[in-house]
Design a protein around this ligand. Structure first.
Ligand code: SAM
Length: 311
């Protein structure tokens, strides 16, 4: 359906947990024990059905870290079976991906985005608090083998922290059929609020002048390639090239609240309607109509990290 600003809202991001097995410095402190707010696979399915009635055709499962849920395959299989849902994708830090890749594919998962901000063991440990880089690479291999495609890596660079990792990350797109996407640091958590750390999309293009544009897809990333590259490099620039006018997203949080925009704390509780499908569909429609025109990061910062809101 179209929102108040004429944007076709077709993409639902579902945060299935606030828990995470990593503690990334730009994301917000995670608590890997708090389970009480998580929705069951059956409730997630009901909500996705109601979203699909309102024109949602793509769902991304995220968190927190979605693979800390041991019922993740059931979630994927229920969501992918909902009428009208054409694509189910997952965003993960990749630590448990080797274990799950094949089963996720069999459950109906189409593609996976893996967050990886460094290919260097000690920088990775500094950024995430965990010594698990090898597991992530194994996860990437298994996802490729399982046919989860397209395979994308998302990286957030910060000046003086991991900005010197850009070349190694770009090289992954050269040697493998992987899209490596750089996302500008957004103002979540203490580090995110430090604008001097942001590495902009333009700075990346200056560093790699051989990258040539190949356009965008149905999303915020602008893609680039170069001679001899198997994959592509993508730039997602929410800070320097705000793309809110073409935003097609709405978010379901792990406690069942609906969040129309990442940039605001506003989230609507609709759980009292969970057993009344008609009412649920109507409430979701009303909430989509309340989606703001833009994220407004330039005026204020949201009070929660992406681990709480779902990245
Ligand atoms: N645990 C999963 C993962 O690591 O991919 C999913 C959740 S995580 C919050 C989703 C994405 O949000 C990650 O790619 C992460 O890099 C990104 N992210 C978190 N905080 C961010 C920030 N301040 N600015 C830009 N991206 C951020």
């Amino acid at each position: 359906m179209k929102d108040n600003f004429g944007r076709e809202i077709s993409y639902l991001r579902v945060s299935v947990t606030q828990r995470c097995n990593l503690n990334c410095v730009y994301c917000g402190k995670s608590d890997c024990t708090k389970k009480e707010t998580e929705l069951s696979p059956a409730v997630i399915e009901k909500l996705v059905k109601a979203f699909a009635h309102n024109g949602i055709n793509k769902v991304r499962i995220t968190g927190g870290e979605p693979l800390v849920r041991n019922d993740i395959c059931e979630i994927i299989s229920r969501v992918s079976a909902v009428e009208g849902i054409k694509t189910v994708a997952l965003t993960t830090n990749g630590v448990y991906l080797a274990k799950y890749a094949k089963r996720l594919k069999e459950s109906g998962l189409d593609s996976v985005n893996i967050s990886l901000d460094s290919t260097d063991g000690s920088t990775y440990r500094h950024l995430t608090g965990a010594d698990v880089l090898e597991k992530v690479f194994k996860g990437i291999d298994e996802a490729e083998k399982a046919g989860l495609s397209p395979l994308k890596i998302n990286a957030v660079l910060m000046k003086g922290v991991n900005s010197d990792e850009a070349e190694e990350l770009v090289n992954l797109a050269k040697s493998r059929k992987i899209d490596v996407r750089f996302i500008e640091l957004m103002p979540f958590s203490e580090n995110g609020e430090n604008a001097s750390l942001i590495v902009t999309g333009n700075e990346i293009l200056e560093k790699f002048p051989f990258l040539t544009p190949v356009g965008s897809e149905n999303g915020p990333a602008e893609y680039y390639t170069a001679e001899g590259f198997t994959g592509r490099v993508g730039l997602i620039n929410p800070i320097t090239q705000k793309f809110c006018s073409s935003c097609n997203r709405i978010r379901l949080l792990s406690d069942g609240k609906i969040k129309p925009c990442l940039g605001y704390d506003t989230a609507y509780d609709i759980m009292q309607f969970i057993d009344d499908e008609a009412e649920l569909i109507e409430k979701i429609k009303e909430i989509i109509m309340r989606k703001p025109a833009g994220h407004g990061f330039e005026n204020k910062t949201p009070s929660h990290g992406l681990n709480r809101t779902g990245g």
